[in-house]
Design a protein around this ligand. Sequence first.
Ligand SMILES: [Zn+2]
Length: 160
Amino acid sequence: MVFAGHIGAALIIAYLLNLNPLLTTLGGVLPDLDAVFYFFGKSWVEAHRKVTHSLFLPLTLFMFSINIPYLFPVAVGAIIHFLTDIDQWGIPLFFPFSNKRYTFFKKNNRVEHVGPIDFIKKWFRERGWNFYLEWGLLGLGVYLNWDYLTGLLKLFGLLQ
Ligand SMILES: [Zn+2]
């Protein structure tokens, strides 16, 4: 998924679990910050979906959230990011201990699309409607958190 979809999914979960929308969104985009390495000369495959897409990230955040509760929604956001990323390329959940990429289900070395999230993603992808899925998620996320988000804009004087 791209940023719009990740932000949308994080906002929706924040609403459903009554978590801070901003912190959950931060966790929801955090794993993709590895894309920054891409701009420092590494190839996309090398740079993307490595250490920040390993369970290492949310587990560390959950651990520290015992003393720093603000980190809890960030950790939840990271988990949601993984769930929305899982597709035919998979994610290396146990990196750096293993480079194996995990996806929902594999059969005869071919990835079968059986995960509910991936099933939805595939359905949209096949129709060339990826754009609508990503921005639809963002739209729904913003809609659900409308009061919080407009409150935030007012706080910073960006909205009357
Ligand atoms: Zn990602």
